[in-house]
Design a protein around this ligand. Structure first.
Ligand code: PSU
Ligand code: MN
Length: 308
């Protein structure tokens, strides 16, 4: 089986890839499992528009009928945003989902793999998976972390959510040799909040430096990607003291209800959405757009272009 039978490029992304224009990949689990309809589709569209406005081409990735779709049409996005029984696809599920011809939404790990197959080096998302609290008993560590040691894609996210154990998440990333780069500040951001109270291992203040570091790793033959932790804009953040009690409550309910494995992250996101009366979603939308803009700058820098 050849790769060209598996990859389907949208007309917009195909044109960008033949002419060498900068492209930014986007994941689809955030659409199917991370946000409710219709805000999920509206946000996916708005994020794509941010990338276009910043002088790059968006490529939302999803699996449909045995193919990896690189760039979705408006109609495909609508269908995906309302579909039920969509698989949440990580590294472990990617080949199986395609072989079964099922509809699959790609997590950070699977999006990195698919972006790399499609020749895309930069990917924007909300937050990455990480080490769950209590992982010393549950062993629940997202496959996203190991992916960074394997696949050469620079991922822009707003850090990781405080539903996770952030000190352990940073330790595991270090063990895997992953550069964790805070953008424009010293602290590691915690998704809804600009800081989690811990310093990030690395800091950079420009897209050009991030692009140079991506290229340097390739030149040195170091496998794997980079994680760029971009703090949520100040006017959109929920300070830590405000969000913490809701996180504690959602975690307690997850434990009481025996939520485990792949269901943990979507369950916590949904409960925090309800507990904050939708404010967590407003935050989430603002930060994804912000990440899309930075990713577009990095993609342009990689292509030797100035910011648009
Ligand atoms: N974290 C978020 N929002 C998300 C996810 C994570 O703040 O939507 C999604 C991403 O697709 C991520 C996946 O790759 O959840 C991680 O899931 P798990 O913890 O099951 O590996
Ligand atoms: Mn998990």
């Amino acid at each position: 089986m050849s790769l060209s039978n598996v990859l389907s490029f949208s007309p917009e992304v195909a044109a960008a890839s033949t002419t060498g224009r900068p492209i930014v990949a986007l994941e689809s689990t955030i659409i199917t499992h991370g946000m409710p309809w219709p805000q999920n589709v509206e946000t996916a569209r708005a994020v794509e528009d941010e990338i276009r406005a910043a002088g790059a081409v968006p490529a939302t990735l999803a699996l449909m009928a045995g193919r990896i779709h690189v760039g979705l049409t408006g109609e495909q996005l609508q269908t995906l945003g309302q579909a039920r029984d969509v698989m949440k696809v990580s590294r472990a599920d990617l080949a199986a989902c395609l072989a079964m011809g099922r509809t699959g939404a790609t997590t950070v790990a699977a999006t990195m793999i698919c972006a790399h197959l499609a020749g895309i080096s930069v990917f924007a998302t909300g937050g990455i998976g990480g080490v769950h609290r209590g992982a010393e008993l549950s062993f629940d560590i997202s496959a996203d972390l190991a992916e960074f040691s394997l696949t050469p894609v620079t991922v822009v996210g707003a850090g990781a959510k405080a539903i996770l154990d952030l000190p352990k998440t940073l330790e595991v990333l270090e063990t895997y040799g992953v550069p964790v780069i805070a953008y424009g500040q010293d602290d590691f951001p915690a998704f809804w909040s600009r800081s989690c109270g811990l310093k990030a291992p690395l800091r950079m203040d420009s897209a050009a430096q991030i692009a140079a570091s991506h290229q340097m790793r390739a030149a040195l033959g170091i496998a794997g990607g980079q994680f760029v932790a971009n703090p949520i804009p100040l006017d959109a953040e929920i300070p830590r003291a405000e969000i913490d009690p809701f996180i504690e409550q959602a975690l307690k309910e997850a434990a009481t209800n025996g939520i485990s494995a792949k269901a943990v992250t979507p369950f916590l996101l949904q409960r925090i959405f309800e507990l904050t009366q939708g404010r967590s979603l407003t935050c989430n939308i603002a930060l994804v757009k912000n990440n899309a803009r930075l990713a577009a700058k990095i993609a342009r820098a990689l292509a030797g272009l100035p910011a648009a």
